[in-house]
Ligand binder design. Structure first.
Ligand code: CA
Length: 234
């Protein structure tokens, strides 16, 4: 069964191009050119026709995608990838904190979009399923269940805070996690401004896990937004 994608995009040309490219990849693509269209489509969707992933433009003729994200989040856990020409970091952070799964700035390559979609679809409804407990990529093997980290087969000793930070990223493998989300989940809600903790502990983790901590392959920085552990499948 092909997975159903709802593409909300008012640019006719981009809409056609994306629909074509995603259809070729085997996705069933529904499209809306406005928020009104998208709302109507979602209202009439049934369980077997509801989209499994939403690609959401922000600047739409009848409103802003950001409001729509909030509406959608109240109704369902359907993953949302924002696709926008706006690059403002503040907005990216806000959208991710409001529950967007990822964010792509136009113009983006179809390969990048497909990779992000695979990750988002894999995480879909993950609160109902066992969380990601194992991360294996290149030299790294992280097993959250037994709190063990190996690099090139050798056990790496992490402090509890280093481990908790790494585990938080692994649970959302391939997805960006904002500074606020990391600080809240690892240090607690009263520490959301302490971004220097993150710089310090990410530095320590990179020193222990990366071959070259100046050019990380696993622990990636999303400038001004947060961090992402590289997806295991790309
Ligand atoms: Ca637009």
């Amino acid at each position: 069964m092909s997975q159903r994608i709802l593409l909300i995009e008012d640019d006719r040309e981009l809409r056609a191009t994306l629909k074509e490219s995603l259809s070729v990849e085997g996705y069933a693509v529904l499209t809306s050119a406005s928020l009104a269209d998208a709302r109507a489509l979602l209202q009439h969707a049934e369980r077997h026709t509801a989209p499994e992933l939403v690609l959401l433009d922000l600047g739409l003729p009848d409103g802003d995608g950001e409001e729509f994200l909030a509406e959608l989040r109240r109704l369902s856990g359907t993953p949302v990838i924002v696709i926008s020409a706006r690059e403002a970091e503040g907005q990216k952070i806000r959208l991710l904190d409001q529950g967007a799964d990822d964010y792509l700035v136009k113009p983006f390559g179809i390969g990048e979009l497909l990779a992000r979609m695979r990750v988002a679809l894999r995480h879909r409804g993950q609160h109902n399923r066992p969380a990601v407990l194992r991360y294996q990529r290149g030299a790294l093997d992280i097993d959250l269940a037994v709190r063990r980290v190996r690099r090139h087969g050798q056990e790496v000793h992490l402090t509890p805070t280093e481990f908790n930070l790494l585990a938080r990223l692994v649970r959302q493998t391939g997805q960006v996690v904002t500074h606020r989300q990391l600080l809240t989940d690892v240090w607690g809600a009263e520490h959301t401004e302490q971004t220097h903790y993150l710089r310090l502990y990410m530095g320590q983790l990179r020193a222990k896990l990366e071959d070259d901590s100046a050019e990380p392959r696993y622990l990636l920085t999303e400038p001004g937004v947060g961090y992402r552990i590289a997806d295991t499948e790309n």
